[in-house]
Design a protein around this ligand. Structure first.
Ligand SMILES: [Zn+2]
Ligand SMILES: [Zn+2]
Length: 882
């Protein structure tokens, strides 16, 4: 018989099995298979990425589903791939060039793109390699990249189709602009932070009278771009003045006073300066009133010539300072107040975002959103947990047009060509030679690229071959489930739903499982600056990949943030070792085994065997049920409890009497192997490496455990009788062990046990299982029944309504024991006094964290219980003394 190494060494096992799976193409999803399909597309990690705990978590859950379904007999495709991550990747390569003293403008677009591809070839594979190390059963032969040829073709097809339908347009629009990255940002890419700033109250003089209006603003430099002042037409203070002209401070431009219901009369003086080129609300207001756009800034955030000679060329914040000084000296500034308000920052570089008017490309999202809302409403897509559905509806119902152009070089260049001759745009699938309007040549392609999320919105069908109608697409679309964090519900999930329905005429996935975010043990977000990051690769090296994976699964409770700590990972490493040692025990008892593993019929089995099979069956039911509902933590907990608490702690002990005595050795070997093998299969999706290794050493196994079927519940194996019997046996044994501990009795000492039962059926269970009880508790069960009397000198306890007595006569030195108990009681009394003092201290109760207070009162409760038991024991001992 093959034996396991004495100590489990994950590193060697993981490398060997990882290679075996990939060499044998065990993760391949076959599009020609007749089996029912199950498919998942990976949320594509950035090519610049390195595995962090969020990736490890997200991919562990997907891998559990993929491995589970594969063993259940589905044709599984877990589609891998990476995202080109426009801005992030461009930044990385720019930094690299910078170290060579080059900037991208010097080498030009074409050369720069070459450099990015070179970087991708050399360094872009890191994340895939790390995912593979995690055991991810992705179909690596099908690896895709958002910039590869096929996906680029899909992007063009979608862009052109939407354009032809009038769902893509180019327009002047006020967008979020990062003056540092020099690119437009979508609303989602702007981070809003509460910021301490100032509210400036500025006086605007009427042209034809001495009176004036006071206008409040947090960004005074934008007044240089004012084109009107607005009030609410219902505001009686100003009604009569609408249509009069005001004079813009400092620049002297004339501004009309207009009336618009948008203005909130209760804010400040009720008058609003209107700066259409520098504020999104003013932009809309300007459109309604045909006001001109006066752009006073350059793209880099400095002031342009429209700002006037005093300010031209100044940075926006320096301009603000100078302008405020000038307002003050010229008596336009009425007052300045401290003011906390929300300021948008660039999510990449944290520069303050500037609302800015520029020409951009947009997708009209409202027509697409309609059917995407429907799909969730009518249950074609389930969002799990359900509470996220409302967030989804809310956002989709208020969706704004999606700005898809980005001013960078790395990405899908927009397939639109400008004609210098007629100034019109040609949009085409293939690069056009001449203008579609005037037939002139010399077309110039748009320089902007598409938002990275544009290509990832097509991910569920573009990765499967679309726009070609491939067999893979037919077999695996719609995908079964998407696993993702809630932070990209709108960036990504909602857009995939819109695009999937529009281009495939079907939803991209049937379920969306939204998991929580991983935080540190205190519930803080992990960040480099806080220094609380737990690196999954370090954990895998230290404790083994299986231990990390199991921890993540065990923590994946729905809707709750995950507080991860290294101790927990260490704890599950111990679980690996426990399983390893149990398996060693089984293997060491198989030297004379011929490996049939055929179980004898149910009725003839010893009670312990029937019990463990019934419990195993229940574990199978629980695991499958939990996974159906994406309750990974419940599934993990069922397996853990069965393996540790029932199989290892009890069954291995129970099996010894059958292995080493009696006629059941062969049958017991069968059961040990059968249960272990089933456990390994149950556990495989969670701990793929250790289960393969142990499985390969068991008799009668060949190849990968992945080829075995996943254990399912079987009515036949349910045996409530055996479960009832063994819960009694286990409780009695536990009870005796507790008494032994409390009475300080030597574990090797053989004791006489008496049990007074309430019912005859209990007596019967005890009589039928005396052997198990005697062996496990190291006692001899002298008497059991309804009329059993308490022995004169005995320790006692209550167990399942039965009275359990252990005779102490001749077993201990009572004088010594009395001394010991009294000493211990004294100590406990002292401890209780200290705790009482603490718990009645108002200062402690008011200031200590609730969990600390809870800990103290728990401890007090335990001590009081122990005190009560010791007092009873003391009485018993007193009884025995002369
Ligand atoms: Zn930026
Ligand atoms: Zn033309």
């Amino acid at each position: 018989m093959d034996q396991l190494e004495k100590i489990y060494s994950p590193k060697e096992v993981e490398e060997r099995w990882g290679k075996y799976w990939e060499d044998n193409l065990l993760f391949h999803g076959d599009e020609t298979s007749t089996k029912k399909s199950f498919s998942i597309v990976i949320p594509p990690p950035n090519i610049t990425g390195s595995l962090h705990m969020g990736h490890a978590f997200n991919n562990t859950l997907q891998d559990i589903l993929a491995r589970w379904k594969r063993m259940l007999g589905f044709e599984v495709l877990w589609q891998p791939g990476t995202d080109h991550a426009g801005i992030a990747t461009q930044n990385v390569v720019e930094r690299q060039l910078h170290t060579e003293g080059i900037n991208r403008q010097e080498i030009g677009r074409e050369e720069f793109i070459k450099r990015v591809w070179k970087w991708r070839k050399e360094s872009g594979g890191t994340i895939n390699h790390q995912l593979s190390k995690l055991g991810s059963s992705l179909d690596w032969e099908r690896d895709r990249f958002t910039m590869d040829e096929g996906l680029s073709k899909a992007v063009r097809e979608v862009f052109v189709s939407l354009y032809e339908e009038g769902l893509i347009y180019k327009g002047d629009y006020i967008i979020n602009w990062c003056p540092r990255c020099l690119t437009a940002l979508s609303d989602l890419e702007v981070e809003h932070k509460e910021t301490q700033g100032h509210l400036y109250n500025i006086r605007y003089q009427f042209k034809d009278s001495k009176s004036s209006l006071t206008i409040a603003t947090t960004r005074p430099e934008t007044l240089l771009g004012d084109s009107a002042v607005a009030v609410n037409p219902k505001d009686e203070r100003y009604q009569s003045m609408i249509g009069k002209m005001l004079i813009l401070p400092l620049l002297g431009r004339e501004l009309p006073l207009i009336g618009d219901n948008y203005v909130d009369s209760s804010f400040g003086s009720g008058a609003l300066k209107v700066t259409p080129a520098h504020d999104p609300n003013d932009f809309e207001l300007g459109r309604r009133h045909d006001l001109g756009l006066i752009n006073v800034m350059n793209p880099d955030g400095s002031m342009n010539e429209e700002a006037g000679p005093l300010y031209q060329g100044l940075d926006r914040f320096i301009c603000r300072k100078k302008l405020v000084e000038n307002l003050k000296t010229q008596n336009f500034l009425e007052s300045v107040e401290e003011h906390v308000h929300s300021v948008g920052h660039c999510y990449r570089c944290h520069t303050v975002v500037e609302p800015y008017v520029s020409t951009q490309w947009f997708v009209k999202t409202k027509p697409l959103a309609k059917s995407a809302i429907e799909a969730v409403k009518n249950g074609r897509i389930h969002i799990v947990p359900k509470l996220w559905e409302n967030t989804y509806f809310n956002w989709m119902e208020n969706i704004r047009d999606w700005c898809i152009s980005r001013q960078i070089w790395w990405g899908h260049q927009i397939p639109a060509w400008n004609c210098p001759a007629c100034n019109k745009v040609t949009v085409a699938r293939e690069t056009p030679k001449v203008c579609s309007h005037c037939k002139e040549g010399n077309l110039i392609q748009e320089v902007d690229v598409l938002d990275t999320w544009f290509s990832s919105a097509l991910w569920p069908f573009s990765t499967l071959g679309w726009p070609e109608q491939t067999q893979t697409l037919k077999k695996f679309y719609p995908t079964s489930v998407l696993c993702t964090g809630f932070d990209i519900l709108f960036f990504w999930v909602a857009r995939m739903i819109m695009m999937g329905i529009r281009f495939m005429d079907n939803v991209p996935f049937h379920s969306v499982y939204i998991h929580a975010l991983i935080r540190d043990s205190e519930g803080q977000k992990m960040s480099k600056t806080k220094g609380n990051v737990i690196n999954p690769l370090t954990m895998m090296d230290k404790y083994g990949t299986d231990a990390l994976r199991f921890t993540l699964a065990a923590f994946a409770a729905q809707g709750r943030d995950i507080k991860l700590s290294e101790e927990r990972i260490e704890g599950y490493r111990n679980f690996c070792n426990k399983l390893w040692n149990a398996s060693r025990f089984v293997l060491m008892n198989l030297d004379d085994y011929n490996g049939t593993c055929e179980l004898i019929p149910n009725g003839k089995r010893p009670a312990a065997h029937r019990w463990i099979l019934s419990r195993l069956n229940e574990a199978c039911r629980e695991v499958n049920h939990a996974l159906e509902e994406f309750k990974f933590n419940d599934a993990a907990s069922s397996i853990y409890k069965f393996i540790w608490n029932e199989y290892c702690d009890w069954f291995l002990e129970l099996s010894k009497s059958h292995l080493y005595g009696g006629n059941d050795r062969r049958e017991t070997q069968n059961i040990l192997v059968y249960v272990l093998q089933t456990c390994l299969r149950l556990l495989h999706p969670f701990m793929p490496f250790i289960t393969e290794e142990i499985h390969s050493k068991l008799p009668g196994t060949e190849g990968s455990i992945m080829k075995d079927s996943f254990p399912e519940y079987e009515e036949n194996n349910l045996d409530l009788d055996a479960e009832k019997t063994f819960s009694t046996v286990i409780n009695v044994v536990t009870c005796v062990r507790n008494i032994r501990g409390e009475m300080n009795l030597n574990p090797g000492l053989s004791l006489d046990l008496f049990i007074r039962t309430k019912h005859d059926h209990e007596t019967l269970i005890l009589k039928n299982n005396t052997n198990y009880i005697n062996n496990l508790a190291r006692v001899s069960l002298v008497e059991s029944g309804i009329t059993v009397e308490k022995p004169r000198v005995s320790a006692s306890s209550v167990c399942d309504e039965m009275d359990v007595f252990i005779s102490l006569e001749g077993k201990i030195n009572f004088t010594e024991e009395k001394k010991r108990i009294e000493k211990e009681l004294k100590k406990i009394e002292k401890d209780i006094i200290v705790l009482d003092k603490k718990l009645s201290n108002k200062k402690f109760i008011d200031n200590a964290p609730p969990e600390v207070i809870e800990k103290s009162s728990q401890r007090k409760k335990l001590l009081s219980e122990k005190q009560a038991r010791l007092r009873i024991h003391l009485e018993t001992v007193d009884l025995a003394l002369p």
